[in-house]
Structures are given as C-alpha cells and as structure tokens.
Design a protein around this ligand. Sequence first.
Ligand code: FAD
Length: 382
Amino acid sequence: MKTYDVLIVGGGIIGCSIAFELSQRGLRVAVVDRRELMREASWAAAGMLSPAPDCPAAIPLVPLGRASLALYPRFVAAIEEISSMLTGYRTDGTLALLCHGDAERELSTIVTLHHGLGLACEPLPLDDALEMEPALGRDIRAAALLPDEPSVNTRLLMAALLTAAQTCGAEMLPGVEVIALAGDANLCTGVKTSTGDTFSAAQVVFATGCWTGQIPEVSRYAPTIPVRGQMLALRHAGQAIRHVLRSERAYIVPRSKTSPQTLVVGSTLEKAGYEKCVTSGGVEKILGGVNEIAPELAKAEIMETWCGLRPGTPDQLPIIGATDVNGLVIATGHYRNGILLAPVTAKLISEWITDRRTFFDCEPFSPLRFTRGNTDRSATAS
Ligand SMILES: Cc1cc2nc3c(=O)[nH]c(=O)nc-3n(C[C@H](O)[C@H](O)[C@H](O)COP(=O)(O)OP(=O)(O)OC[C@H]3O[C@@H](n4cnc5c(N)ncnc54)[C@H](O)[C@@H]3O)c2cc1C
C-alpha cells in the first residue's frame, strides 16, 4: 500500500496547485487522476483573471478573488522559475464593452459596483477604446478599462505547473480512479480505487471538480453541478488584439501578441449534465457575440473547438476547507473562477494542513455549510 502525507484526488489546476504548494513545504504528496492530468475544466478555461462578480450571488467571492489575484505574480513567477517554462501571464488588462440597451447607464452601474468592491474600473471614451483596439466594432455603445484584470495562457500554465510540482517532489499518478474513502465514519485514512488498490494518507484532499458530487461519502460536503462551457480558438490575421475584450454576450482572450494571432473565444453556460460536446447552437451563440465585439473576426479561421465542465455549486461559491471527518479536506466548486482562485486555494488548504490556521477567513466557503442541520450520517466512510 502506498502511503503519503497528503493524497490529492483530482489533477486539475486546483489539485496540482495544492500539490505544488505542499511539496514546496516539504510534504510527501501525490496527485491521482482517473485520466490524464489537466485535461478537464482547467484545460478548457479561457484564462481570464477577473475578481469582479458576474451576478449578485458571487459578491461574497470578491475578497477571495482579490486575495488570489494579489498572489498571482508570485505564483506564476515561482512556477516559471522552477519549471523553466512560460505561463503566458499577461497584464495588458481588460476592456468591458456594452453593445445593447441603455449602455451609458449600465456603464455607470458597472463602474460604481467595481469601485464599491475595491476594483479598478475606468470609463473609457469610445474614441480612446477604438484607438486602443482598432478591431472593435462601431456599434459598441460604451466601454470601460479594467486595468488590473490580467490573463494567463491556461494550457501553458497547466504544463508548467505540472512540471514545477513534480520538480518539487510531488508524485503524479494518472489513470487512478478513486471510488471510496478508506477509514471509518470519523477518520479518513486514504482512498480505495476502482482496481481494488488502497492509497493511505494522513490527509486526503478532494479536488475532483464537477465530479465531486458523484463520489459517495464526499458528495454530502460538495454537491457540485457540471456547467458546460464551449470555446473556440481563432486565427486572426489583422492587427493583433492586446486586451481581453468582454461584452454581455462573449469574450475574446488573446493568446499570442503578434499577427497572425491566436485568440480564444467563449463561452456558453449550460446545464447539460456530464455530456461533453460542442454544439452548432453553442458555436453560433459564441461567434455572434464575438463578431459583435470585433466584426473583422468574421474572417478569422476557426482552429479548434472544445468544451469543459465547470464545477458549479448550489450557492455559486467554492467549497474550500476541512470536513467533520478527520483527514478529509475539500477543494472544489470553483465554477467560473478556478484559474483565478488556484493560488489562494492552494495557500489556504496548505496552511490548514500544515498549521491548522489560514491567513483568510474560509468560513463562508466551508464544506460543512451543506451538512448543517442535516443529521443523517448514514453515508459514512468505510
Ligand atoms: C469553457 C470554460 C472557460 C473557463 N474560463 C475561466 C476563466 O477564464 N477564468 C477562470 O478563473 N476560470 C475559468 N473557468 C473555470 C475553471 O476552468 C474551473 O473552475 C477550474 O478549472 C476547476 O479546476 P478543478 O481542478 O477543480 O477541476 P478540473 O480541472 O475539472 O479537474 C478535476 C480533475 O478531477 C479528476 N477526477 C474526477 N473524479 C475523479 C475520481 N473519482 N478519481 C480520480 N480523479 C477524478 C478529473 O479527471 C479531473 O482531471 C472556465 C471553465 C470552462 C469550462
């Protein structure tokens, strides 16, 4: 039986970031994934690092998002240094664009909301916006600059993070599917796999993304819901786009800096269960929004399409922290913000495991919020 200080189940950005952090602290760490690592939601993501809320339910997340954004420069610098690989971290900022309705009023609401939450947001005269990004459509009615919203090339980041974590000693074990906890109702001592093996660890962290809600004994702490997002990569031959461009209907994230340029564009928010497929309706919706932002992209070549399943939660907040089963820790439910929240999640989980205290109050994100008032302990570990 293999024994570790910490066993992490799930090799997406959350699991691998935690492994990177813990292995730097000298712990013996392994990450198991039922398939290749970094091939699910994390691989699909656009890479925008935006702590701004996309709906009122996400407002409690803003301080956590800001804390993670503040950690990002050191996070990517450490990964790049240790892996000797690039992450495509870009600090050109984001343009928020309004194309419909009473755009001026909407713009003023967005600016006020951002300022109230401590986020930089400057209204931008349309002439200035067009000068900054000549590809913008002439039908755009209002614009704002979000100077502190960077982006990262998720696929480069994934590859570099994997290498950095392994360089620091973390063991990566693809093709291992966890089906149950080992231990008893009060103590988790490891996990059981679909091939009948057992892995033993002092702490087990479930970072299994949207599938956490399917794992017996763990789902009660993390009732995750898959939310499908479709994406495309375009090859743009015109003048390179510098900023992330975001409207009510779509976003455009530049990957490379020079022309011809790769742009990733998205996305959809669909409750389609665990079915992963790109649909004609999804592509049509995305391209309609993209061509509204930058009409010349109608000439861009479609290079690739893909989709991923975001780990949604009933209250739209992530699930980060210890459970009432000793040795069982949860890090999932990051929904639309897992790339942004990876550094802070890794720091919080690592601090809790090594010091039993955290620099940030995780109470609003506790896995126990789903079990409070529910005294049914029949779903116990075995
Ligand atoms: C289209 C799209 C665009 C997005 N854009 C952004 C963005 O711009 N910015 C941002 O911050 N976030 C974005 N997100 C959200 C972000 O991608 C996710 O929040 C994040 O990737 C979640 O990471 P994770 O590690 O929890 O999950 P995943 O990356 O899904 O990893 C979970 C892993 O667990 C493994 N697993 C599951 N069950 C088991 C089991 N029983 N045993 C072993 N292994 C198991 C899976 O195989 C998988 O590898 C986007 C998501 C999508 C889909």
